[in-house]
Design a binder for this molecule. Structure first.
Ligand code: AMP
Length: 483
């Protein structure tokens, strides 16, 4: 759905296991620690000697599997699962993964996807011409349809040929009766890791926090362009392309991933602390106390406090029982959502000069609400420090910010945003500061990171999205106006 205003979106989470008696239960446990990557729907497919069983539904994992009997309907020693965060207009059970496909050689296969394809419109058009009838509306289905219509003769060759037709960001988990297969796009936009249980069961999942959850040890990151094939004989590493350019999504480090995860050897929590420390150096301010916006900004706030010497305190509380507010359809609902979610500890802020650290500003809803809340609680001044650069370009690789229209940073200068959110001062981390804080991933350009949201340097052509992007750039003068 390029060029339409869509709800801003999080990502999806993947977990798959091969070779464990309680595969579905372990998949549930792993997905539970990936719930932050998607709260709209969840599903698990188990593999019992080649026979597939599936449970899926809308809502949180615990809601979908509220009936404890449901896990018991998923027998077998292998399973793959998915947590999904969909956009407005794209809801519905049919889009909840894993999806099923028939296959002449394998009988059947299941598929789960994290990411966003940039050539989905074109692929959908080509497949429709071939007579393909789609099960659902999300682009996740396309890989399954490409495999089904491939002229190659075995599943792995069909998969490789199909993956080579995809553009954009994708991490996939597939399961046939005989194997579990993981694949990562040539830029490695999304994290994907391999782990192992003591009994030899192999796991592939989105983040290392899910490995910790099920007591597995980390084996390796899935590399861009790779496919990992797990069968009863063990794990085999193959690739569908060697034309790869690592550009892992910097938003994973800034906001999406859980702080206890490690992405390509870098602790997310430590990277966030370094981002906080870096903005403290770049934009120092005299204040009495540093507070963070719970929960995603707490690591950066600790980093800011440590680097500045200003003490850190728990100035805000998050009500743990409020789910997502971010993709509510109207501004009024979003404001109400934020107000239900966050509250101030008055004793910490009253009469104080405050540094308020947040990980990012998207529309500005959260920061303007919090600044007002802090002032109402008696704060003398509120200095907002954002531990990432100004977010002004859309993302087309799996973080569903595909329009500039709602991005406050695309439409206003930093002094204007400061005024709009009612802060006494506002500063963002520089792009260099961000890249250095995350740390050099390798010797590739931009240290193997995608920073397109901040600098418009997209690591791949945009295909379906190019025309809309060009129109946005022309309308907003984005590159010239870069601050
Ligand atoms: P906003 O209130 O629209 O400015 O959103 C900013 C807040 O949402 C920040 O505090 C972030 O923690 C969080 N955030 C940033 N990016 C996303 C995203 N793509 N999806 C959901 N929440 C986000």
């Amino acid at each position: 759905m390029p060029n339409e205003i869509k709800g801003l979106n999080e990502e999806c989470g993947l977990f798959g296991i091969w070779g464990a008696d309680n595969a579905a239960q372990l998949t549930y446990d792993g997905l539970h620690s990936l719930q932050h990557r998607g709260q709209e729907g969840a599903g698990i497919v188990s593999n019992e000697n080649g026979q597939f069983h599936r449970q899926r539904g809308l809502g949180l994992l615990a809601e979908v599997f509220a009936d404890p009997q449901k896990i018991a309907t998923l027998p077998g020693t292998a399973a793959i699962g998915h947590v999904r965060y969909a956009t407005a207009g794209n809801h519905g059970i049919k889009n909840i993964q894993p999806m099923f496909f028939d296959h002449p050689g394998e009988g059947q296969f299941a598929l789960a996807h994290n990411g966003n394809l940039t050539n989905a419109t074109q692929l959908r058009r080509d497949l429709t011409k071939k007579g393909v009838q789609f099960q659902a509306t999300s682009d996740s289905e396309l890989l399954g349809e490409l495999i089904q219509t491939s002229s190659q003769t075995n599943f792995i060759d069909q998969l490789k040929a199909s993956l080579n037709q995809l553009r954009g960001g994708f991490a996939y988990l597939l399961m046939t009766p005989q194997m579990m297969v993981a694949a990562l796009d040539p830029n490695g936009f999304r994290p994907l890791v391999v782990g192992k249980l003591a009994n030899g069961a192999m796991i592939v999942c989105s983040e290392t926090c899910a490995l910790d959850q099920v007591g597995a040890t980390f084996v390796r990151d899935v590399e861009p362009g790779e496919i990992i094939i797990v069968t009863d004989k063990g794990m085999q590493i193959d690739h569908f392309t060697t034309d790869t350019h690592l550009s892992i999504c910097s938003m994973e480090y800034i906001y999406f991933a859980r702080p206890d995860s490690v992405i390509r050897g870098i602790s997310v929590h430590e990277a966030r602390k370094r981002m906080g420390a870096a903005i403290a150096k770049e934009a120092p301010v005299k204040a009495d106390v540093v507070i963070g916006v719970p929960n995603s900004s707490l690591s950066a706030a600790i980093g800011y406090a440590q680097a500045s010497g200003i003490h850190y305190d728990m100035g805000m509380i998050k009500n743990q029982y409020v789910a997502r507010t971010f993709i509510e359809p109207t501004q009024a609902k979003r404001v109400r959502g934020v107000s239900m979610k966050l509250s101030v500890v008055k004793s910490v802020v009253a009469g104080k000069d405050i540094v308020l650290v947040d990980d990012s500003i998207v529309r500005g809803t959260t920061s303007s609400y919090i600044v007002r809340l802090l002032k109402r609680a008696g704060a003398k001044s509120v200095h907002v420090r954002i531990a990432s650069p100004v977010l002004k370009f859309p993302c087309y690789y799996g973080i569903d910010i595909q329009t500039t229209k709602e991005l406050i940073g695309a439409n206003h200068s930093v002094p204007e945003i400061c005024q709009l959110i009612g802060a006494d001062s506002l500063a963002y981390l520089s792009v260099n500061g961000l890249v250095e804080s995350i740390g050099a991933l390798n010797d590739q350009p931009n240290h193997g990171l995608c920073t397109a949201y901040f600098d418009g340097q997209y690591p791949t052509p945009l295909y379906d999205y190019q025309a809309g992007f060009d129109a946005d750039v022309a309308r907003l003068g984005l590159y010239e106006g870069a601050n």
